[in-house]
Structures are given as structure tokens and as C-alpha cells.
Write a protein that binds this ligand. Sequence first.
Ligand SMILES: *Cc1c(COP(=O)(O)O)cnc(C)c1O
Length: 382
Amino acid sequence: MNKPGNGHIYDRLGVRPFINAADSYTTIGGSRMPQEVLEAMLQAAEHFVELDVLHDRIGAEIARLTNNEAAMVTSGAAAGITLSVAACVTGYEPGKKRSFPHLKGMKNEVIIHRCQRNGFDMAAAQLGVQIMEIGGLDGTSEFELEEAIGPNTACIIYFDTTQYVKGALPLEKAAHIARNRGVPFIVDAAAQLPPVDNLWRYTELGADLVIFSGGKTLRGPQSSGFIVGKKELVRACRLHAGPASDAVGRPMKVGREEMAGLLAAIERYLKLDHAAIRNRHEQAVEVFRRELEALGYKSERVFPGPTGQDYAFAMFNMRGANLTADDVLQFMKEGDPAILVGLAREKENHFCLNPLHVSDEEIPIIVERFKRLGPIVYESQA
Ligand SMILES: *Cc1c(COP(=O)(O)O)cnc(C)c1O
């Protein structure tokens, strides 16, 4: 439902809902939870349980479902980064739990490729660790990683994305060096679904811990995520997570509802017909391109997704056109219902329509809005 009626909470609060033709952006709520997920959350909410026991059981279930040694639920992928790094700093040593953020004399260095640095570095840095950059934007040599590793290295964090392939060592190579040097290798795979087999592929490639968001394409609770990987390290991650009150991860606690909802989302995701979903996305991309080209837009199909995911989206080039990509964004946002189209980060004056979170009923609403905006003309030299 896109238009909440009178009395709906968003209506009462004067908060406008969006049709999301952009992406699984946290700033607009990530994704929509399917019925199975909401149902699991309702069931979990009904009764009190021992949270530690639930944590254990759900972690074991997620590990089994994803072919991993161990797993644990977190309050999101960012929390997964914090807990994973904390685990690598202390190992499973309860006596070191309260060390953060004063880590002098401890393993307090985290290695990251310069080209992979992003806002989520804060999730590691807030622990008091030093971020050690390696490489440049155009490339990284193996010796740069070798030389960065020292006695204080806690771990290496690797962000798997097609955006920076030029600048970073290939994942397998970096993981191999890490293993030889006995340093844990963490993959931030927050948004790396689909393909579904990424749930076990990274650990197969040699990662020790892999972090996923629960609230992106997986469509679990927005405030959920999970870590999969080596048993000893996941055990150390748990050391720093709630419900214990003296854990550095206590402010990132996970409720029983989110735990249950995330498990339901993973179970559902594994059963989905991913080929059919991919097909549906391709068809939506085709409809968007055909309808907008009829209005004069220049379009292209882009594949893979923004960070290398297994889905296509439609990109529209507004260079030399009578409207800018920003004009389009503004018009779509101001209409009723509001529609959020994506701006292309790396391509100036382009916008995209991403079918990932667009329902079948929403497609014609989006197309109609473009028709209302009217035809597009380009300067002949554009
Ligand atoms: C979305 C994202 C995160 C944060 O995920 P949350 O589940 O919202 O905490 C971390 N890293 C990357 C690369 C992401 O795309």
C-alpha cells in the first residue's frame, strides 16, 4: 500500500511515504518486510524468553542455513563491523571486555584499502582502533598489505564492491595473505545480496567473518544484520554484544523480535525463486526504458547493481536535456504519492530507476508520473 489512509500513523504525523525506485537506502527505511517476517516478529513479541539462549539458537540456525561454522544476529551490518573488530582486538578473553576504547598495548590496528574507505569506517574507529590505509585509488600491491601487517594488527576489513576493483587487491589474494600471516579477514558484505550464494561464498574464499545487512534486499527488520564465519571469532563477537550491560556492543542490542524476524527473512530468502525475481527486475527495467524512451529520454540498462549485485536497473542520461536529473528527482518527490528515483553517484546528471523495491502496482504509477512531467528534448550536440 502506497497511500496510507486517514488515521494511518504516517498520516497522523504528517510524514510522507515514498515509492522507492532508488535502492535499499537506510535513510528511507531500507526495504519492506514481507508477511512471514512480520508474523515471526509478532510471535516472538508474545512471550518472554532467555535472550542469550535465543541468540545461540538463532545463530546456530543461521549458520546451518548459510553453510557456515557459526553466525550471530546484530542490530545491522554497521554493528556487525563494530562487534567483529572488537572480537579481533580481544579474542575470546572476557577479561579484556572493558578495554575499549583505550587499547594501548593491544591489537589496535585495522587495515583497510584506501579505495574501500567509506562512512562505515566509523563503526570500527569508534572502538579506539587505528585505521591503517593501504594502497592507492588506482592499485594496491601485495607487499603493501604484507608490510602493513604487524604485531598490533587486529584484522583486515574488506568491502567487496565492483566500484573499486581497480584499487584493491582481489579478495582471494588479500584473504590468502591474511591467512598466511594469521590475521583475521573480515568482509563487509552488507549490501552484497543477490546472488544468494554470497551467504557462503565469502567464507569459502577464505574470509574469517562476513557481515550482512538484514534490512536491505534480504527484507528482514531494518535494525538487523548478521555475522557469519569462524566459530571462535563469532564466539568473541558475542562476548561484546548485549544483553550483558558491560559490553561495548550493548548500545547495539537486538530484541527477540528482530532476531526472529531476521531468521524468517533468511529462511524466506533461501527459498525464493531468484531466477524469477531477476527476470521480474529485467522486465521492469525494460518497461521503464521503453516508456521513458517514448517520452524522449536516453536510457541504458545497467548491470550489475551499484556494488556488483546480481540485478539490473535503468539509467537515464539527462546531459544536454531540457531538464536536469535533479529537476526530475524533485518533480517525482513532490508528487502524490511521492516517488524517490536514484541519482547516479558516479555519473553526473543521470538518474536511475531501480526495480528492487518497486511492486507491480507501483510500476504504472511511476510511468504515469513521467508522462505528467512531459516529453524530454536534448540539444542536438548533447
Ligand atoms: C548498508 C551498509 C552498511 C550498514 O548496514 P546496516 O545494516 O544499515 O547497519 C555497512 N556497509 C556497507 C558497505 C553498506 O552498504
